[in-house]
Design a protein. Structure first.
Length: 271
């Protein structure tokens, strides 16, 4: 498992520091992977919403400065609640950014924050808009890009159902390139009576493309990955038992001491 950081943890530092400098600070604390998240890319992005675009030359400077790291690109994309054109400029620019930063294994993580009226109990409950993911997954695969999804308003098992359904609609290559970014703590916050770690354990390994660790206690987000409402050690044990060797992102909140909190989170998971 490759411990990493995400740029939205650095909201407090971005106004006075470059992404390149902040990546260096994370490296000093032990980060081996960086998730480059839309809205928190400083000099490496422009525009907002559907007009957001990664600035490729600036991203290249960051990646070239840290050849020992791996990177992925993450963006908000309403691909479950709206039809997104796979050939549209927004998605194509995101794929270009993912290829630039991803090296030999480009990875685009997308999150649709839209809430749904209810969880999906069967494939027939999946909205037609969400099935448009088949076109996006096919286009990503055609360009050699892995694609993972997250929705903080749906349980992991619902997202797995969606991937399984879309995989029946696309080629084997595109299907295997499509997966999830499980975040059990997000699920616990939204569905406190659920068992997100059991749902994580039920996922096939090829569906887990990247994972997020964070922690809450009595509903409050903690500044580090530590003891709390989710058993993060058990989460790591589940992933280790599956043979997961990808990136594990500490999605800790922005804080004046965020880099010390990042190091503390790494140490906690190894304790």
């Amino acid at each position: 498992m490759i411990y990493g950081a995400i740029t939205n943890s650095w909201r407090e530092q971005l106004p006075s520091s470059s992404v390149k400098e902040l990546v260096g600070a994370a490296v000093e604390k032990g980060a081996k992977h960086i998730e480059l998240r839309q809205t928190c890319l400083g000099e490496c992005e422009e525009g907002a919403g559907p007009d957001w675009r990664p600035k490729l030359q600036e991203l290249k400077q960051v990646v070239d400065a840290y050849p020992q790291l791996t990177f992925d690109l993450a963006m908000a994309l309403p691909c479950l609640s709206q039809k997104i054109d796979p050939q549209g400029e927004m998605f194509q620019s995101a794929l270009a950014g993912a290829k630039l930063v991803g090296g030999s294994q480009p990875h685009l993580r997308v999150v649709d924050p839209a809430p749904f009226d209810a969880v999906w109990n069967s494939p027939s409950d999946i909205p037609e808009e969400a099935l448009g993911l088949a076109g996006l997954a096919t286009e990503a695969a055609n360009q050699g890009v892995i694609m993972s999804m997250e929705n903080s308003k749906l349980p992991i098992q619902n997202m797995a159902m969606l991937v399984e359904q879309v995989r029946t609609m696309v080629s084997d290559e595109a299907g295997l390139g499509l997966g999830l970014c499980p975040d059990p703590t997000n699920q616990l916050r939204g569905f406190p009576d659920s068992d997100p770690l059991a749902e994580l354990e039920a996922l096939p390994l090829d569906m887990i493309k990247i994972v997020h660790f964070k922690q809450i206690k009595a509903g409050k987000t903690l500044p580090t990955v530590a003891d709390g409402d989710l058993d993060c050690h058990k989460m790591r044990e589940i992933l280790d038992a599956k043979g997961y060797s990808g990136a594990a992102i500490m999605e800790i909140p922005s804080h004046a001491e965020v880099f010390n909190n990042l190091k503390s989170s790494f140490q906690y998971l190894d304790s």
